[in-house]
Design a protein around this ligand. Structure first.
Ligand code: ADP
Length: 396
């Protein structure tokens, strides 16, 4: 069964076409800078690679162009659109309604639109991707895989804020959590790799956005992002945890508008705010050359992660493994080493040599006598979405 996976963002559509159950990748790519006159289209199969600059006015044009490439006599991988049995859509916010992957119908579309209030930057482009895919692939089943779904298992003790109760019961103000597709995939991989029946795992998704999940027996029981993705770890340009009193100080004393505060916390803070650089590679280079702000930003990021490791180990009353994934987690040996340093009290011991090696596979980078395993697992969110869509179609 061929499944097209679509991750539709505000100005980009990432896609992969996968063959299930073999889990082979037929092609992948991205339409980027949609809406600009220098949109970029990349498309890659096992043998072909295309990179084009063109004008893609909207998501409709972007996905249409992708469909043309899929069908292209020279570089395409299908002869007819009907070969695509399902389109799996990543949807960021499914509120409390969706704890599982769901076939998309009119009601589901309405709900996704309604949840735009909770995820104004993400759900509208996710929704646009669904509408366009329905038009372009009318014979395919459309399936929604929600980033919040994995975190629906977080118990009340961890998913509520200590605010007046009616904000929770009437207005849905609670922890929803994000990056669920990634946390679920890597935790499943870790459980399988370690052959655990009962498990206590902490997954660290460290990319531009960063989040951590406490995963007990395969279920998310706590998570560092909350009502929005702003909470928790220090990220590329998001602050993560701050004292909320700062917001009132910014507005009352320093004259910021609410929009400016929002922009400050989400787009100008984190690594960018601390150093002037958003990309950890630049920060590591600068730190190596003695830039103190960059050195401190790495120390602060690792320190914040350590605090969450402590909290989640307490929440689970133990720990079998921690898993690093995403751009930083998979690639930055410095960040992994900084996080794992001086955690031997918790049974975490990093093997310095193994930490330097890089593979595409699961890698155990802890010492043989480390009570807690430290794993690097490349995240495969598209594969996870395709798997979930496949399982849903098989069972329905
Ligand atoms: P996104 O959250 O946008 O999907 P990624 O998971 O691709 O992001 O992670 C992007 C981040 O990964 C970059 O900002 C960069 O800081 C970091 N990164 C990628 N490669 C390396 C590397 N070799 N060393 C350090 N950091 C890296």
């Amino acid at each position: 069964m061929k499944i097209l996976v679509i991750n539709s963002g505000s100005s980009s559509i990432k896609f992969q076409l996968l063959q299930l159950p073999e889990e082979s990748l037929l092609c992948k790519g991205m339409a980027d800078r949609i809406g600009a006159n220098n949109s970029q289209l990349t498309y890659k199969t096992e043998t072909e690679q295309i990179q084009e600059t063109l004008t893609l006015n909207n998501h409709q044009k972007g996905l249409q162009k992708i469909a043309e490439l899929l069908l292209d006599p020279k570089v395409g991988v299908i002869q007819d659109k009907s070969e695509i049995v399902a389109v799996g859509h990543r949807v960021v916010q499914g509120g409390s309604l969706f704890s599982e992957t769901t076939l998309i119908n009119d009601r589901v579309k309405q709900e996704i639109q309604a949840f735009a209030d909770l995820a104004p930057l993400h759900n509208p482009p996710n929704y646009a991707g669904i509408i366009v895919a329905e038009q372009l692939f009318p014979e395919a089943q459309q399936v929604a895989v929600f980033d919040t779904a994995f975190h629906q298992s977080i118990p009340e003790v961890a998913n509520q804020y200590a605010l007046p109760k009616k904000l929770y019961t009437e207005h849905g103000i609670q922890v929803y959590g994000f990056h669920g597709v990634s946390h679920q995939y890597v935790s499943q991989q870790a459980i399988q790799y370690l052959g655990l029946k009962q498990s206590k795992i902490i997954t660290l998704h460290l990319g531009n956005g960063c989040s951590m999940t406490a995963v007990k027996d395969g279920q998310s029981i706590d998570h560092s992002m909350g009502f929005t993705p702003t909470n928790g770890l220090i990220m590329g340009s998001r602050s993560g945890d701050i004292d909320q009193g700062i917001i009132f100080h910014l507005v009352d004393k320093l004259g910021y508008t609410l929009d400016e505060v929002n922009n400050l916390i989400n787009k100008q803070s984190g690594l960018l705010g601390l150093t002037g650089y958003r990309d950890l590679r630049d920060i590591e280079t600068q730190a190596g050359q003695g830039n103190r702000d960059c050195q401190l930003a790495i120390e602060m990021s690792a320190y914040r992660i350590k605090k969450y490791i402590g909290a989640y180990t307490a929440a689970m009353n133990g720990l079998d493994a921690i898993v690093f994934t995403a751009g930083i987690g998979e690639n930055s040996q410095l960040m992994r080493a900084s996080v794992c340093a001086n955690l031997d009290y918790f049974g975490i011991k990093l093997d310095k040599e193994k930490n330097k090696q890089k593979t595409e596979d699961i890698q155990d980078i802890s010492t043989a006598d480390s009570a807690v395993k430290v794993l690097v697992i490349p995240t495969k969110e598209e594969l996870q979405i395709a798997r979930q869509a496949y399982q849903l179609l098989q069972s329905s």
